[in-house]
Design a protein around this ligand. Structure first.
Ligand SMILES: [Zn+2]
Length: 346
């Protein structure tokens, strides 16, 4: 079930499945379905009896193993934190069965670590168990830390004949150039708005108007918009929205209280989009992400100018880049809020 907007890329890749480059770098905007696409690709490449169009049959032993996540010729490298999220999404609520305790203490890592890459050396050293390809998916590849990326380079340089790498990222520029240059780039597109609205309305069972509003808030990314159909996610979205729209009148303490406990990428991503809309409205354009907040955006931009907003955008981008693993999320929130308040009180 490859999404409609990814089908051209899918067909092109599978038409050349016997001549695929040994390392693909699949990139494109966040929230368009890259991870699902790559999982389907790996399943198709491992399938014993692919369909005429190259897709997996879904019935053979290899497809069965893949679906149960124990295909011997497949490895997924992902940060421990994402592995845990995947498991809990699948309803693995029984704590006794969870591997998430992991080694060491504290939170699971948001990075892909060198030990995970080193474990691949053993995997790639021996031939495929089933005489076919071995597939390694690295998702997201920008989570490789520096040491891990260096260790991976060696394997990418001297691939064993049957091993295929598929790296996935929304931020290809965040990867070392040495890694990028060893991969064939595969670019996946953002869907056209009408395509995204159709899919979202159908998938979430809502009216097109609701789908359009969610898509706007998610910057056009259908899978991010789809999450807003979940009441818990919608509540978080509303909380962040109210908190951001309340600056500068609402106190920093109170706003920070509202945002504490919400994942940094979630509130920071919305803040970045809020600032884009402030800039657009200040320049006389329509808001792109929060059209229903146009009056508030208008009121706020009367107090500030484009240079201050551009400075703020840069500051928040920088904060987000360096706040991947904040030791104290609360300080990051307060830092961001103080900057927003300063820009809006210019
Ligand atoms: Zn199959």
């Amino acid at each position: 079930m490859v999404h409609d907007w990814l089908k051209p890329a899918w067909q092109q890749l599978l038409a050349g499945r016997d001549r695929l480059h040994h390392a693909l770098l699949v990139h494109g905007p966040g929230g368009i379905g890259k991870s699902g696409f790559v999982a389907d690709l790996a399943r198709a490449l491992l399938c014993d009896a692919p369909l005429p169009d190259g897709a997996a049959c879904g019935r053979c032993a290899a497809c069965g193993w893949f679906d149960q996540r124990n295909h011997p010729d497949f490895r997924l490298l992902t940060p421990a934190a994402m592995e845990e999220a995947r498991e809990s999404e699948e309803g693995a609520t029984d704590e006794g069965s969870s591997k998430s305790a992991g080694k060491g203490t504290g939170k699971p890592s948001r990075e892909i670590r060198v030990e995970q890459v080193r474990a691949l050396e053993r995997f790639t050293a021996v031939g495929g168990h089933r005489g076919g390809h071995k597939i390694i998916v690295i998702d997201p590849a920008d989570a490789l830390n520096v040491v891990a990326a260096n260790a991976l380079l060696k394997t990418l340089e001297e691939p064993s004949g049957s091993t295929r790498f598929v790296l996935v990222t929304s931020r290809p520029d965040a990867l070392p150039a040495t890694i990028r240059s060893r991969c064939r780039l595969v670019s996946l597109p953002m869907p056209a708005p009408a395509t995204a609205v159709d899919w979202l309305a159908r998938d979430a069972g809502v009216e097109p108007a609701q789908a359009r509003a969610w898509l706007a808030a998610a910057g056009g990314a259908p899978l991010h918009a789809r999450r807003l159909a979940d009441p818990a996610q919608a509540a978080i979205h509303r909380t962040v929205m109210e908190a951001l729209a309340g600056i500068p009148e609402t106190g920093i303490e109170q706003t920070a209280d509202a945002l504490t406990g919400i994942e940094t990428p979630v509130w920071a991503g919305m803040l970045q989009r809020w600032i884009v809309d402030l800039q657009r409205v200040r320049a006389g354009a329509e808001p792109r992400y929060f059209p229903d907040r146009a009056p508030r955006l208008q009121a706020l931009t009367r107090r500030t100018g484009l240079p201050a907003l551009e400075r703020l955008a840069r500051q928040i981008d920088e904060l987000v880049r360096t706040a991947d693993h904040p030791l104290n999320p609360r300080l990051v929130i307060e830092d961001a809020l103080l900057r927003v308040r300063a820009a809006l009180a210019d």
